[in-house]
Design a protein around this ligand. Structure first.
Ligand SMILES: Nc1ncnc2c1ncn2[C@@H]1O[C@H](COP(=O)(O)OP(=O)(O)OP(=O)(O)O)[C@@H](O)[C@H]1O
Length: 377
């Protein structure tokens, strides 16, 4: 069993739907922000809604939270329609980019706040607060005021405060967007750990594709108000539903041309006078000869060598001139001419073990037809 199959199989028996979004639309005066969104999220799962700025992901989250009423459609939480339920009655914990902690209170007082608001038995509050501060690894910081805590520690207080009343659902609206990269990556893993420990159903919004892949059981990719795909992270990466998803997740080269031949799922198309062979990856039958298509080829699927003879494992080989070579630490990034007007971006993740090329070198590139995911143009 692969690691992904193991992770994704974990919830195979957990079938209870915690959140169901049914044909939800949101129109502002003259703008259609969310269009006919439908999905189910099972209990205990971590879903990330991923998309570029303005794609409608925050609007969708705000409708689930109850801050915005859908123009059409219905949202169900634990099987009950919630459009008539105000946000504070929805049993939802939230963490936003602006943490909105009370600066004059201690960490413990901040975490106790939602319990006091919900009139929890006062004698149980200190133990509960300590348990949630321990959960976020702030057990020893209960009496610190917010300004005496680092950015990451403040984030942890906000997580404890969102979870302490044991909500049915945790909503995260880009809580990590303002953090520097190292802290952001550390907190991504923390969100994942805490979510797994508690098993709380979670919906996270981000435009950071890496975060979506790292933290989630499932990813929804949105563009222009429309859900493009809902799938486990590895499937959005390996079997994107369309060219938009292929381009948004990972670094993808797009190669466009007109179809010259098809055979089953194999599609050949002309790119600036040279033929590229790809695999039809869209729904429905393969296109006819003459149709415009786009092939999506990931930067790490292309192999490089000085000569074609060294690329015997590749079904397709091409020559091209290196236009740029950029050292990024963990990888070398090349930009190579494939055809007039078409540059291929190529990653070498093990540059120390491979021959390195310089700008101006004429190199051989190789890949397989299954790596060129071909979609209608
Ligand atoms: N109250 C509003 N009135 C009018 N238009 C709105 C309103 N709220 C959002 N929009 C528009 O709806 C679209 C989607 O906004 P939304 O905030 O959901 O996008 P997003 O994907 O979360 O983007 P970002 O990552 O930038 O937050 C945007 O074009 C936005 O301008």
């Amino acid at each position: 069993m692969t690691i992904e199959a193991g992770i994704e199989g974990r919830h195979a028996q957990a079938a209870r739907v915690a959140v169901s979004v049914r044909n939800v639309d949101m129109s502002f005066a003259d703008f259609h922000a969310v269009k006919d969104a439908s999905f189910d999220l099972e209990d205990g799962r971590f879903l990330t809604i991923l998309g570029p700025s303005g794609s409608g992901k925050t609007t969708l989250l705000r409708m689930i939270a109850g801050f915005q009423k859908p123009s059409a459609g219905e949202i169900f939480i634990n099987g009950k329609p919630v459009s008539a339920t105000p946000p504070h009655k929805r049993s939802i914990g939230m963490v936003f980019q602006k943490l909105a902690l009370f600066p004059h209170m201690t960490a413990a007082e901040n975490v106790a706040f939602p319990l006091k608001m919900r009139r929890f038995d006062a004698t149980t509050i200190p133990e509960r607060v300590q348990r949630y501060l321990d959960l976020v690894h702030l057990g020893g910081y209960a009496d610190r005021r917010i300004h005496q805590l680092s950015g990451g520690q403040q984030q942890r207080v906000a997580i404890a405060r969102a979870l302490v009343f044991e909500p049915d659902l945790l909503l995260l609206d880009e809580p990590l967007a303002a953090l520097d990269r190292k802290l952001r990556e550390e907190m991504q893993l923390e969100f994942r750990r805490i979510q797994r420990e508690l098993g709380v159903t979670t919906i996270n919004v981000t435009h950071d594709q890496r975060e979506a892949l790292v933290v989630s059981d499932e990813v929804i990719v949105m563009d222009k108000g429309v859900i493009q795909q809902k799938a486990p992270p590895s499937a959005t990466y390996r079997t994107p539903a369309n060219a938009f998803v292929a381009g948004f997740i990972g670094v993808t080269n797009f190669i466009s041309g007109k179809v010259t031949a098809t055979s089953g799922d194999t599609v050949s198309f002309d790119v600036g006078g040279s033929e590229v062979t790809g695999t039809w990856a869209a729904q429905g039958a393969a296109p006819s000869v003459g149709a415009s298509v786009t092939g999506a080829l990931r930067a790490e699927q292309v192999r490089l060598a000085a000569s074609e003879a060294e690329l015997s494992g590749c079904q397709t080989t091409r020559r091209g001139v290196v236009r740029d070579a950029i050292f990024e630490g963990e990888r070398l990034v090349y930009e190579i001419d494939l055809a007039p007007g078409t540059l291929l971006r190529v990653f070498d993740h093990d540059a120390a073990a491979h021959k390195q090329f310089a700008i101006g070198d004429n190199v051989a590139m190789g890949w397989n037809a299954r790596d060129v995911l071909t979609f209608p143009n």
